[in-house]
Write a protein that binds this ligand. Structure first.
Ligand code: KIV
Length: 287
């Protein structure tokens, strides 16, 4: 039934909606998977237009959008709001929504209900859950009700207090524990796993051993894909800039300059002019 296959015109070529099986195939074919975060409609359109395979509605929204120091205060309602805004942009990329702190750690029933809300009310195609062997029972239960789960191991920002800060994991004899986490989440049914803040050599070993794709952030070049926070690559997060971030643009000074010019023009009377004003005469310029 060809009605089941949706295409969109993108400058002459047709792009299909990304699916979980396609993501799995990319690993098998040795194609690198591209992931960026987005938290709202305009950024979802821009990120999708740039051709990413996956949009992650990250709980990093709590830091880069809401201004918290950690992701811990982020709520289900906030993640649903961000996810809906991203989905409204109708992206061709797969939309993965982050599960916020305490939405899945309290047991299988809470986890299934909240992950279900992210799919049913948020419109995401998959969810992301932080945790390895300790959360394998949750990943198994959520995957078993056909909600695809991307796991997240290594430096898991929701574990900031246990880690004593945002520290690289898997050093000093801890590599085996991270490898065990990777194997546990794969065995539990995760379709992919984010590897954050671990040595590149360990990430390479995990990526070679797993059959599911690894998506790295601060985990070196050998992962099956890479993810970064959109505000970081655009120079919009001036608070901190970790070593693993590459800044592809420096938008903050451009935005500041535009705001400064607007303020000056309003104060001087240079804006608005007739061009930006309505006349009495006609209804043709109502917008
Ligand atoms: O919340 C987020 O944006 C993330 C990525 C940084 C992996 O979890």
């Amino acid at each position: 039934m060809n009605v089941l296959i949706l295409f969109v015109s993108t400058g002459g070529c047709m792009k299909k909606k990304m699916t979980i099986p396609e993501i799995l195939k990319m690993k098998q074919n040795g194609q690198r998977i591209t992931v960026l975060t987005a938290y709202d409609f305009p950024f979802a359109r821009l990120v999708d237009g740039g051709g990413v395979d996956i949009i992650l509605v990250g709980d990093s929204a709590g830091v880069v959008v809401a201004g918290h120091d950690t992701t811990l205060p982020v709520t289900m309602d906030e993640m649903l709001y961000h996810t809906r805004a991203v989905v409204r942009a109708d992206p061709k990329a797969l939309v993965v929504a982050d599960m916020p702190f305490m939405s899945y750690q309290t047991g299988i029933e809470d986890a299934c209900r909240n992950c279900g809300r992210m799919i049913k009310e948020g419109g995401a195609q998959a969810v992301k859950i932080e945790g390895g062997s300790n959360l394998a029972h949750v990943i198994r239960a959520v995957s078993a009700i056909d909600i695809p789960v991307m796991a997240h191991i290594g430096l898991t920002p929701q574990s900031v207090h246990r880690m004593g800060g945002f520290r690289v994991q898997g050093r000093n004899g801890q590599a085996e524990r991270i490898m065990d986490d990777a194997l546990a989440v794969q065995e539990a049914g995760a379709f992919a796993v984010t590897l954050e803040g671990i040595p590149a050599a360990l990430a390479a070993e995990i990526s070679a051993r797993l059959t599911i794709p690894t998506i790295g952030i601060g985990a070196g070049p050998s992962c099956d894909g890479q993810v970064l926070v959109i505000h970081d690559i655009l120079g919009l997060c001036e608070k901190y800039s970790p070593k693993f971030v590459k800044r592809y643009s420096d938008l903050a000074p451009l935005i500041s300059a535009a705001v400064t010019q607007y303020v000056a023009e309003v104060r001087s009377g240079e804006f608005p002019t007739e061009e930006h004003s309505f006349s009495c005469g006609s209804d043709e310029d109502n917008q």
